[in-house]
Design a protein around this ligand. Sequence first.
Ligand SMILES: CC(C)(COP(=O)([O-])OP(=O)([O-])OC[C@H]1O[C@@H](n2cnc3c(N)ncnc32)[C@H](O)[C@@H]1OP(=O)([O-])[O-])[C@@H](O)C(=O)NCCC(=O)NCCSC(=O)C[C@@](C)(O)CC(=O)[O-]
Length: 309
Amino acid sequence: MPPNPDTPRATVREVGLRDGLQSIATIVSTARKIEWLDAAHAAGLREVEVGSFVPVRLLPQLADTAEVLAHALTLPGLMPSVLVPNLKGAERAIACGAPWMIVPLSASHAHSLANLRKTPDEVVADVARMRAARDAAGSRTRIEGGVGTAFGCTIQGEVPEAEVLRLLQALIDAGADRVSLADTVGYADPAGVQRLFEKARALVGEHLAGAHFHDTRGLGLANCYAAWQTGVRRFDACLAGIGGCPHAPGASGNVTTEDLAFMLERMGAATGLNVPALLALRRRVEGWLAGETLHGTLWRAGLPRLAAA
Ligand SMILES: CC(C)(COP(=O)([O-])OP(=O)([O-])OC[C@H]1O[C@@H](n2cnc3c(N)ncnc32)[C@H](O)[C@@H]1OP(=O)([O-])[O-])[C@@H](O)C(=O)NCCC(=O)NCCSC(=O)C[C@@](C)(O)CC(=O)[O-]
């Protein structure tokens, strides 16, 4: 049957291989990351953040990002992305042919210094340099500016909405192809999400491309739904809900991929995802991450049995 054109589509971007693993002590081998990627692709995921081009001494877990990206580029229909913290990282992403590079910009001045050793405006200036490097190389690597701590920060406390909106616009002016908003430390609530995403949409329109929520205080899925109501159709998530920024005190797990896929499908959105296959992958990843804290609820309850008796 052809897809119903009235069915809303939603994209779940799996960020477990980057955001998920960056705070996990157990080193996952390149072979297992590739197995993870292949299974995620087979389960229908078409956008995956595969690693970070950061100094290896900072994040040895992600030292094999170039190899994982090279494999991701062989998978049909897959749109891989990588995180880049500065121009050097961007040059590596461009050289490796990454379709997307994601630049994390913290709207909290204090978290920005802790995470990237730069002020938010210095990161904006870096984005302009990345755009120039990309254009000079004739590369097709596109730039997403992800504005983090958009709902507050565990180091600084309050982050004014006006500052978040100013930085979204500054990123686009500097040459970012699109922008997204992130709740790095799980301070967001659905009403606040709706308000900020509506304002962001009014300001930058279709440049606003996604939402990244952490489930630190149990509001991750509610926040996704609030963002959905404002027209957001791309959501970051991690298999088994792992993740968190190592330089943001109190940051913990991302929204769980399999739970989010289940919610979106139950809401009637077309995700292209096979939820039982995601649950099977979660079991495999759980075996690789023995002793680590995992999250999510669908794995425990299982899928509802709705077929007529
Ligand atoms: C930005 C830096 C590099 C500054 O770190 P720095 O020490 O100030 O860097 P530097 O420019 O002084 O260079 C020091 C050395 O590192 C090298 N270097 C410099 N850059 C790179 C690079 N890209 N790749 C490889 N090597 C690099 C550079 O070449 C030099 O090497 P040396 O001359 O000493 O041999 C560092 O602070 C950093 O990597 N920070 C990133 C930390 C991180 O990964 N945080 C987590 C991601 S953000 C997040 O999780 C939030 C998010 C995105 O998920 C959304 C949300 O929830 O909000």
